[in-house]
Design a protein around this ligand. Sequence first.
Ligand code: ATP
Ligand code: MG
Length: 561
Amino acid sequence: MSENEISVPSNFIRKIISEDLQQNRIEGRVHTRFPPEPNGYLHIGHAKSICLNFGLAQEFGGLCNLRFDDTNPEKEETEYVESIRQDVRWLGFDWEDREYFASDYFDQLYQYAVDLIKQGKAYVDSLSAEEIREYRGTLTEPGRESPWRDRSVDENLALFEDMRDGRLEEGQSVLRAKIDMASPNINMRDPIIYRIRKAPHHRSGDRWCIYPMYDFTHCLSDAIEHITHSVCTLEFEDHRALYDWFIDNLETPSRPRQYEFARLNLSYTVLSKRKLIELVKEAHVSGWDDPRMPTLSGLRRRGFTAAAIRDFCDRIGVTKSDTRIDIGVLENSLREDLDKNAPRAMAVLRPLKVVIENYPEDGEEELEAANHPQKPEMGSRKVPFSRVIYIEQDDFMEEAPKKFFRLAPGREVRLRYAYFITCQEVIKDEETGEIVELRCRYDPATRGGNAPDGRKVKGTLHWVSERHGIKSEVRLYDRLFTAAHPGQGDGDSKDFLNPASVEILRDALVEPSLKTAQAEDRFQFERLGYFVADKNDWDPLRPVFNRTLTLRDTWGKVSKK
Ligand code: ATP
Ligand code: MG
């Protein structure tokens, strides 16, 4: 184990695996899998499962497969398969050549089903879906047996073939396991294992018109792939008996076991594919990778690093009881990473023109600026200065209270890396009264930001030279929902969409060193926050930056007002 792994808190699944290894229950082999259904993009909840499954394999010198759980022909698409591959890779994990599809096992699964029929442990039921539901019973009442439950093996084999060959219509019959209609566990009341769906499949095309159900497919896929620990979320706890039943009643190449952990719930967002699909389809966001989405591709475009997401997954740990994590925890993992690693730069989002009257008309000079205040190894860059610069509009107040430490008439401030300036005059638009320009004077003796006479100023402002700055679009993102738990209970999460979750500024100016930036480069814009060069829309001639995060967590303060 390397040093940084030791700091990771332990969890109950690690303990189970260590014991299995010690007691020689798994032939010294750890093999996990991450099994997404390709019916949407991966989200931060999936990251928890990816980090857990791939992490366990890494830690115990084992393997982790990527398996597309694609048994549902109607909802699955190749676009999703491609995005899932990309996201898992981006997160930093490698499944090497072990990429599998449940649909590749359709032949084998069919044979397993035939085997169950031959053993008298599965039957073709001709009840309608409605009747099957009625017969199932409830938590307090046992179910009733279907009148078709005692069909002969031969009749079942023939009917199952009819299903497979398309001679029966959707809903006319299903294949069910013959277990126990009185079981207190509803999952054991003769669960459906195959149904007819006359829909083409994204990989097998029209070859099949019957499709195996999740519970049947999952355990057998695990067994086929020699998975040792099949880790899933808590809602499958009650399905474990069925998982074991299939494995115990069929000749499988290996004996996997299922373990359940609590899924991730995160405040101020939704983590259900169904709800995320709605946001995309109804155009509440610009797509799956909209920077406000909790999808991995959205977080990436927002400026999240894979390292920060992995760090977050380590911190929240893995438990057996439901957890709701504050989104601030995720943001703090990222803030720590960016604070350490993002180079600094200056950008003015809402520019206010400042003319430095005593600076030569055509003069300009380059000032030295550190790329990171605590990391000299990150180097420095030159920032050009000239007579006309821009500062942030809210860094000036005409009638400033005493505690306002920025610029005001007659007050002196420091321009970061440059000079002290004093405001002499405020120029307004004659008609609107809007402040359009400040006339200032600078003190040439304060070059670099310090006065030789030792006089102090309270404020330091960021700025960009008019002649050198690059006009940019800056997109200020905020949380997508205004409620901590949007749509919990009866509510519709969309009633809590934050109307101010994005603000687009088109007149921002950034310092010229950002000309060489590339899509996905991240920066701290001094005093403003962390920003990323947009992955999709980046153009060095017309830069687009997304705000990833503010410097501090300001949300708490705002929402308490
Ligand atoms: P959703 O509820 O968003 O539809 P899902 O469980 O249907 O998710 P799958 O594609 O089946 O999505 O998930 C793949 C794996 O990721 C599964 O093992 C699942 O348990 C796990 N997973 C999904 N959501 C979460 C979550 N919020 N926290 C932890 N693991 C999750
Ligand atoms: Mg699922």
